[in-house]
Design a protein around this ligand. Structure first.
Ligand code: 3NM
Ligand code: IFP
Ligand code: MG
Length: 539
């Protein structure tokens, strides 16, 4: 039986491994459980099996695949694939070169290649449409399944680079599956975030080993995966994700919700910011907790209206940070991420990138240089955003904010004299094999907030960090019917207006500190956004 290549369904691609079978299961029983519950493609990958045994197993699995009309791919062993007339072969970079494999297999068989770099995509594009039919894009996340892991996990951002390369080199025929450490807790984020920058391509499928092969209930495991893959909505916070331009009325509603829900705002932040951040949080009718205890983070995340502010100014132990991200993601409670000094040093760059790949953030906030780095637009450090005339290139900053929002499916905030806020959540929508229907970063909603220069804002500690506290209060205080974009825009508008108000009353940076808390307190409790001095306009 020959499968027409365009008919291959890559959506749930099971790769076998008989070294991890739970007691009472066999290679065939796990594969059958998968096929019965929606696995769409199977690959036998048995690195340590002798040829005779490999062929016997492959023939048995092939029989089952035929029953479910699902193609069977053989990993590495082209000889075995030919011997049993399998439907295709998958090879890695260190295996037999693709053109040779293609020559042996003939044109009708499915040929897959493990790919992780742009240069590898460039090569497959040069070979043209008759060579590689699909690529395994990975290793996405840490995994114990691949014995000698040569590749460091690339995360969703690495997969996006491969998708972008496929678009850049016009390998439109080539399908893609993500692989490596994929499980129910990250599968929706993978599908949602892994979209090419031109919005035209997302992954065609998800490939995994242990989630099914090592499962004591492979039927249930497969059903769970199927549900997540076929879903269309990724609700990563308990609130509405649709971006409508905020109004004074919609922001007033946010403040009502915050004051009635009194969110618990957990700060994992730098020491300088802790005290001021706690006071800002209290001024906004919320309750701060400055905890960095790994063992309690799950309990805190489950407190009603819990909200996490993750500020990497001084670094808490990475294990604690990862545990916090997991804990809040697990219960769909919001995380506001402030990657302080994002690319200032190798250490910060690596740490922040690791955290960015580790979970989903409701909001990512940074200053001009941090956001430009996150958007990979600050290649030439000299240029920066302040052009020679000294005024900021707000178009560059807004574009960078939109790119960050788009890449991470989050609400991105870029702070400066003019603040930019962009909504890249797409309402939490996601779909395999096609991206955002060609919607690109510059098409997503973006607003600018200004209130003239407030130079003294830069003369106090933790002014930027405390905007993070304000955002975390507003997002945390939302009802499930509340709107994420309204909350973030409302927080920035309030904070900018309070800064302006405080700067007119203070005698210096000391009194400015307290005046800022007073101004936040007054404006919040008065709750008349139409009277706030900062202006909001669509970019
Ligand atoms: C077979 C394989 N290839 C990878 C790659 O990165 O190319 S990672 C991997 C193992 C994936 O197993 P699990 O789903 O259990 O994490
Ligand atoms: C190393 C591998 C990488 N990717 C894939 C697949 F997901 F099938 F593309 N299979 C492999 N054996
Ligand atoms: Mg291989």
């Amino acid at each position: 039986m020959v499968f027409a290549k365009e008919d291959v369904d890559y959506s749930l691609y099971l790769v076998t491994d008989s070294t991890m079978l739970p007691p009472g299961t066999t290679l065939c029983s796990q594969v059958e459980a998968g096929l019965k519950n929606g696995v769409t493609l199977v690959q036998i990958r048995e690195k340590d099996t002798e040829t005779k045994n490999f062929i016997e197993e492959a023939l048995e699995v092939q029989k089952i695949c035929k029953k479910y009309n699902v193609p069977l791919i053989i990993n590495d062993r082209i000889d075995v694939a030919m011997a049993i007339d399998a439907d295709g072969v998958h090879v890695g970079q260190e295996d037999m070169p693709i053109p040779m494999v293609r020559k042996l297999l003939g044109s009708s068989k499915i040929l897959g290649w493990s790919v992780g770099k742009r240069s590898e995509v460039e090569t497959l594009a040069k070979w043209g449409p008759d060579m590689v039919d699909y690529v395994g894009v990975g290793t996405l996340f840490p995994t114990l399944t691949k014995k000698n892991p040569k590749k460091t996990p690339m995360g969703t951002q690495g997969a996006i680079s491969v998708l972008n390369a496929l678009e850049e080199f016009k390998a439109t025929w080539c399908r893609t599956v993500g692989i490596g450490g994929i499980h129910p807790d990250n599968i929706q984020r993978v599908i949602c975030q892994c979209v090419s920058s031109n919005g035209k391509r997302s992954l065609d499928g998800i490939s995994l080993v242990s989630d099914i092969m090592a499962s004591t209930d492979a039927c249930a495991a497969t059903q769970k995966l199927k549900t997540l893959i076929n879903g269309t909505k990724y609700q990563f916070v308990e609130c509405k994700l649709d971006a409508t331009l905020p109004t004074a009325a919609s922001i007033q509603k946010v403040l009502f919700q915050v004051s009635s829900n009194r969110p618990l705002v957990q700060h994992i932040t730098n020491k300088v910011h802790q005290n001021f951040g706690a006071n800002v949080t209290l001024a906004l009718g919320s309750s701060p907790i400055m905890s960095e205890i790994e063992s309690e983070v799950s309990e805190l995340a489950r407190i009603p209206n819990a909200s996490l502010l993750l500020n990497t100014g001084t670094v808490a132990p990475i294990g604690m940070l990862k545990a916090a991200i997991n804990a809040y993601n697990e219960v769909n409670r919001p995380i506001t991420f402030d990657p302080v000094g994002y690319s200032a040093t190798e250490t910060r760059f690596h740490l922040n990138n690791t955290l960015l790949t580790y979970g989903q953030f409701a909001c990512i906030k940074g200053n001009y240089s941090e956001i430009l780095s996150l958007a990979e637009l600050n290649k030439d450090k000299m240029k920066g955003v302040d052009s020679s005339s000294g005024d900021t290139d707000i178009n560059l900053v807004a574009r960078a904010t939109q790119i960050v929002a788009f890449k991470y499916r989050t609400v991105a905030v870029c702070t400066g004299e003019i603040d930019c806020i962009a909504d890249g959540t797409f309402g939490g929508e996601y779909k395999l094999s096609s991206g955002t229907a060609g919607v690109t970063a510059e098409d997503i909603p973006c607003v600018l907030i200004e209130d003239g220069p407030i130079p003294i804002m830069g003369d106090i500690t933790a002014s930027g960090c405390s905007l993070g506290s304000t955002i975390a209060c507003f997002i945390g205080g939302l009802d499930p019917t509340g709107n994420l974009f309204d909350a973030v825009v409302g927080a920035v508008l309030l904070y900018k207006s309070a800064g302006k108000l405080a700067s007119t009353h203070c005698q210096g940076s000391g009194s400015f500190h307290f005046q800022l808390i007073d101004a936040l307190y007054q404006l919040f409790h008065e709750n008349k956004p139409e009277k706030w001095s900062a202006s909001l306009k669509k970019f």
